[in-house]
Design a protein around this ligand. Structure first.
Ligand code: TRP
Ligand code: ZN
Length: 882
């Protein structure tokens, strides 16, 4: 049924625009008090009838309006909070509109705003309407010419999309530049930057021989932190040519770093704007994980030039068309730059802990949602990460070659258009001859499917049978689900390694070089697969490479998990088997602790982990991933609704960690010392792997015996890079009862207080510390001179860090953690609704937490009753309470 909440937008109501804007000319006069903008829109009616023109516009002061240079009289138009309505327009005309805005007062960081002394814009999804009256929808594409006037002293650098046409000096120490972007684009890709910026420059020659000037603009304080991103940009450009056949299409590509930014970065045509935390890097201030994130985000935004900009979305329900595809592309890039298996493990553990939770909560929605109140609430893990998994499944089903043919067809067929997920699927079908009819359910049905597998072995017949069934839990508005198409990559493990897999009645496949691996297609509720010529009872290796975003149910015994963990041919399955084993052991310890018994940690687990550490032939990065126990959030999610006991989960997980540390103490020490190196820091795979494993050894050693905290102190004193320094500091801080952590934290602040990005990490570390004083400390830090509620990075580090990474304190039994979060959200609701709404996520999981449901709901209720709730917060709060 269609819900009738006022303000809900529905996909099924989509209508093509009744006017087009062929050309858009914008003239900005930037000032300290306000900004005056004169727009000239070259309009063309696209329907036969004389319908009124309805332009979007919010928080604008209208100063003048004329049609074909004739001022409009007041009866010819109407202004409301959200629209400018103009009646009786000629079929073709030029609309001139002068408005005043106040970027200085814009704390939503949407539209035109100020970050420090710099002007910048963020228009996706619907921010352009806060700049001027416009058809602010992605299917209206226009050629933009932008003129910017500003004070030459304060704003020597003036940027917009496309090519620079001219720069001239004006009176009163002002100057003017004009930019022209030859590619028609929707308003959400418009950008403007003005400031006293410095830049680094490089160049790139495309495969077709075009020389592109590449620049990264930053505030002067950050000029020494741009080199890594420039390198990543050049690697991305080359990779997109080689792997997707996509070349850059202008002579200039700019990146600008800003400190106040709502998300990671934005792909504005030829003028990408980045959250400074996602582009600035230096070994003194950036961790290995930070470097990898920067590389991935630079690539992601660059790849949007084709998957997003040249071919864009018809409407915002199609968001995954560009985001799911681009996340898939950036993940492939990162896999090619580093270790494919490690990248896959990182992505899957994030998907399973956070996206699965979203899919199981009140905000669950399909990859292509059917309705929304506030589109900003749908830039989600489902649209991005699950959307990327859906594209990955198409890649698996078609194979690399046909997938590439589908991608080529999609780009050539739709270049310059605003299209739908359906168009993407049609191109994939047309290029491959594959029918993706039933596969489309991945776009329409929400929820995480459960794949349930049972098996049997017939020793006499030498057959092995898998019984596979699928189901999908109900989600809001979708009680019943139809079967999905699920590619199940698998193999069979025998005593001497992986066995050939041959389905009964099938000829052996001579085309494939690997007869021990295959992909079963699950497309009904229940299916049976019989393998023949199976000479021993195998252990099934299932969902290799995480071939589909599903929960797998198979009753593995611990011996089988150990076998898979040490010997399976698939790296992902080796990791996943270790996770399942750890999960089983942690649950067992939870049960023991809840009965008041002493914990008995299964030596099978500690033994398996010890052997991983002993085997120096393994990739240290993979060993580090395998040693990482499932997170507390994931364990809570696995417990199910009404069953997660945060304190018990924390205690059990710590107990297991300690047992592993004790059992492996000698090899941990040996590896900790053996992995040390005095090489100069470089953010390269081999070094990153070594540091990751070494720091994970340190973590286990500290859990095994507080005496080893001395190693952390030594490491903190001698570290030559931020990865090792922060890991050591975290080890001390997370053992607050045994370690002296206050002085090291204070010293760290003194050393790094001049680097905002480091201060943010310092805030986040303190927010995540599990000691009993955490909540009071966080309240205190909110008063710290370096904290600022208006800066999203600070809020994410401190408040987001507390609510998302400190389960025992956020879920305090007295409800004080929930209160703290709700207090901040109430304040942010008027300052920055997007950030306020994103902070709500941990509260939306209230159904899971035993003994906390009423407290959590109570805070949601309190928020629901606030006056003047933003649509962003309103939508999440009301849907969570339903
Ligand atoms: N399109 C951007 C990306 O995925 C993300 C984005 C959407 C965004 N809305 C935003 C970024 C608002 C910053 C602010 O790359
Ligand atoms: Zn994106």
């Amino acid at each position: 049924m269609r819900d009738a909440t006022p303000g809900t937008v529905f996909l099924e109501d989509y209508q093509a625009p009744s006017y087009l804007i062929n050309r858009t000319e914008l003239h900005f006069e930037l000032g300290e008090e306000d900004t005056i903008l004169t727009s000239r829109l070259y309009l063309l009616r696209a329907v036969p009838d004389d319908v009124p023109l309805q332009l979007h516009g919010q928080e604008l002061e209208l100063l003048q309006l004329s049609v074909d240079n004739e001022p409009l009289d007041a009866a010819a138009y109407q202004v409301t909070d959200d629209y400018l309505l103009i009646h009786k327009l000629p079929e073709q005309c030029v609309l001139t509109c002068k408005t005043r805005i106040k970027p200085q007062d814009n704390s939503s960081l949407e539209g035109l705003y100020k970050s420090h002394s710099m002007f910048c814009t963020q228009c996706e999804a619907e921010g352009f309407r806060k700049i001027t009256y416009y058809l602010d929808r992605p299917d209206v594409m226009s050629v933009f010419t932008v003129t910017i006037d500003a004070d030459a002293g304060r704003y020597p650098v003036l940027l917009s999309n496309g090519n620079l046409l001219e720069a001239t000096a004006l009176d009163n120490n002002r100057h003017r530049v004009q930019w022209h972007d030859p590619f028609p684009k929707p308003s959400y890709l418009f950008a403007l930057v003005a400031g006293d910026l410095q830049h680094i420059e490089d160049s790139f020659r495309t495969a077709g021989g075009r020389d592109v000037t590449l620049r990264i603009y930053v505030e002067p304080k950050d000029i020494g932190k741009c080199d890594y991103a420039m390198d990543a940009l050049k690697r991305s450009m080359r990779w997109d040519e080689e792997v997707f056949g996509r070349e850059y299409d202008l002579d200039i590509f700019n990146i600008v770093a800003v400190d106040d930014f709502n998300m990671g970065a934005m792909e504005n045509k030829s003028l990408n704007i980045f959250n400074s935390s996602c582009v600035l890097a230096h070994p003194d201030i950036t961790t290995d994980a930070g470097y990898q994130r920067i590389e991935a985000i630079v690539a992601h935004e660059y790849f949007h030039n084709w998957s997003g900009n040249r071919v864009t979305c018809r409407d915002w329900f199609q968001l995954s068309l560009k985001e799911g595809f681009t996340v898939f592309r950036d993940a492939e890039f990162s896999s090619d730059m580093g270790s494919r298996t490690v990248k896959r493990v990182e992505d899957v553990s994030m998907l399973r802990s956070a996206q699965f939770a979203e899919d199981a909560g009140p905000m669950a929605h399909p990859v292509r949602p059917e309705s929304y109140i506030e589109i900003n609430n749908f830039y989600t893990l489902t649209v991005y990460e699950k959307g990327a998994e859906v594209v990955r499944m198409i890649h698996t089903l078609l194979g690399a070659e046909k997938f590439r043919a589908g991608s080529d067809l999609y780009f050539s067929r739709h270049d310059g258009q605003a299209v739908t997920c359906e168009d993407f699927l049609l191109a994939m079908e047309d290029a491959s001859g594959m029918d993706l009819g039933q596969f489309r359910r991945w776009y329409a049905q929400a929820g995480t499917p459960v794949l349930s597998v049972a098996d049997s072995y017939d020793a006499e017949a030498q057959t092995y049978t898998l019984e596979v069934s699928q189901r999908c839990p109900a989600t809001p508005g979708q009680a019943e689900k139809q079967p999905f198409v699920i590619p199940l990559a698998m193999g069979l493990l025998g005593d001497a390694g992986n066995l050939p897999v041959k389905l009964a009645g099938e000829e052996p496949d001579h085309d494939t070089d690997d007869n021990t691996h295959r992909v079963l297609i699950i497309d009904r509720e229940q299916q049976q697969f019989v393998f023949e010529g199976v000479q021993e009872h195998p252990v099934p290796s299932l969902l290799r490479g995480f071939s589909a975003p599903v929960r797998l149910e198979y009753n593995y015994d611990r011996d089988a998990l150990c076998q898979l963990m040490s010997r399976d041919g698939d790296g992902f399955v080796r990791w996943d088997s270790g996770q399942t084993l750890a999960l089983q052991v942690i649950s067992e310890v939870q049960a023991q602790l809840s009965r008041g018994e002493a914990a008995a940690v299964d030596p099978l687990l500690t033994g398996a982990f010890t052997r991983l550490l002993e085997d120096e032939s393994l990739d240290p990065a993979m060993v580090a991933e395998m040693l990482a126990l499932p997170g507390e959030g994931y364990l809570a999610e696995q417990a199910g609704e009404g069953a997660a006991d945060v304190d018990l989960i924390h205690r059990a997980r710590q107990r297991v960690k300690q047992a592993i540390g004790e059992a492996a103490e000698q090899v941990l020490l040996a590896r900790y010392h053996g992995l040390a190196s005095d090489e100069a820091y470089q953010p390269v795979g081999e070094q990153i792997a070594r540091r990751a494993l070494r720091n994970s050894c340190l973590d286990y050693l500290a859990c095994a015996n507080p005496a080893h905290l001395a190693l952390a102190s030594e490491q903190l004193a001698s570290a030559g890079n931020m990865t090792d320094r922060l890991a050591a500091l975290k080890t001390l801080a997370f053992h607050a009862e045994e370690a002296d952590w206050t002085q090291p934290l204070a010293d760290f602040y003194q050393d790094w207080r001049h680097e905002t990005l480091v201060v943010n990490q310092w805030l986040q570390l303190q927010a995540a510390m599990p000691d009993a004083g955490a909540l009071e400390r966080v309240r205190g830090l909110m008063e710290h001179p370096d904290f600022d509620l208006r800066n999203p990075n600070k809020v994410r580090s401190l408040v987001g860090g507390f609510a998302g990474q400190n389960p025992v304190n956020f879920h305090r039994a007295d409800g004080a953690g929930y209160r703290l979060l709700a207090d901040v959200i109430a304040q942010l609701n008027s300052i920055n609704p997007q950030i306020a709404s994103r902070l709500l996520a941990p509260l939306t999981r209230w159904r899971f937490y035993v003994g906390r449901q009423e407290l959590m709901r109570g805070e949601l209720q309190r928020l629901a009753e606030l006056p003047e709730l933003s649509p962003d917060v309103y939508e999440v709060v009301t849907k969570s309470l339903q």
